[in-house]
Design a protein around this ligand. Structure first.
Ligand SMILES: [Zn+2]
Length: 239
């Protein structure tokens, strides 16, 4: 990857000074851009794309989406004239949007850690996937025979009220395997993996942006817990 992903080390960075490395046309009046480094989070891991602004000399545009494609982070802009390669730009993300997405993402992990503390994950229910956008939900493989909605909400909010610290660091898959509560299949073996740790609770692999303390998320509501085929779907929201 040509871009240094600043958001992986510091989820609270809102802006950066960088340089245009590559530009490709993306249909009529649109371009996609690779930057030397970025604070823009590309859509992925269930977290929505960042949006924001790139400002260079005589060239300022809104970034409407950021995607990880072919191993590169692409910033999509609407423009009739593309920026020149080498142009110095100042990038700023829409922080209100990011912070909301970040809290939703961390909330999903708090619920997942609560599932673990309740003895429900990774057995009998194995985490499959999650989405932390307008319709936030987590999906587990397996079937529930009891109604866990209230106790899951209580346990999640207990973690919020304890204001536990989230920390993150990089380590090899081998080391991560030793400490993670669970790992989803298919993690890369040839590069350090980002590890998310919740104080006193445990660690998982994670590549998204996170708040520093569970208290920042605020009250979590478990809206529904449903058995669907051989999966359990948990919908949630934050205030
Ligand atoms: Zn995550």
């Amino acid at each position: 990857m040509k871009t240094e992903p600043l958001y992986l080390n510091d989820s609270y960075l809102k802006e950066m000074d960088t340089e245009v490395l590559e530009v490709l046309p993306e249909g009529e009046g649109r371009f996609r851009i690779i930057l030397d480094k970025t604070v823009f989070y590309p859509m992925g891991g269930g977290q929505a794309t960042d949006q924001g602004k790139l400002e260079g000399e005589n060239w300022t545009r809104e970034v409407y989406q950021v995607l990880n494609k072919d191993g590169e982070i692409w910033h999509f802009v609407k423009a009739n004239i593309p920026p020149k390669v080498g142009l110095k730009v100042h990038g700023t993300i829409n922080w209100d949007r990011r912070y909301k997405n970040m809290k939703l993402h961390s909330a999903g992990h708090i619920i997942d850690f609560a599932m673990h503390l309740l003895g429900l994950s990774p057995k009998p229910l194995m985490p499959l996937k999650a989405t932390h956008d307008k319709n936030p939900h987590i999906v587990y493989q397996g079937t529930l025979t009891e109604d866990i909605k209230q106790k899951l909400e209580d346990k999640s909010n207990e973690l919020v009220s304890q204001n536990l610290k989230f920390t993150w660091y990089f380590q090899s898959l081998e080391d991560l395997q030793k400490e993670a509560i669970y790992l989803v299949p298919g993690l890369p073996i040839n590069r350090p993996l980002r590890t998310l740790k919740l104080e006193d609770v445990g660690t998982v692999a994670d590549g998204g942006t996170q708040v520093k303390n569970t208290g920042e998320v605020g009250k979590i509501t478990i809206k529904s817990v449903e058995n669907i085929d051989n999966a359990v779907m948990i919908h949630y929201s934050i205030d």
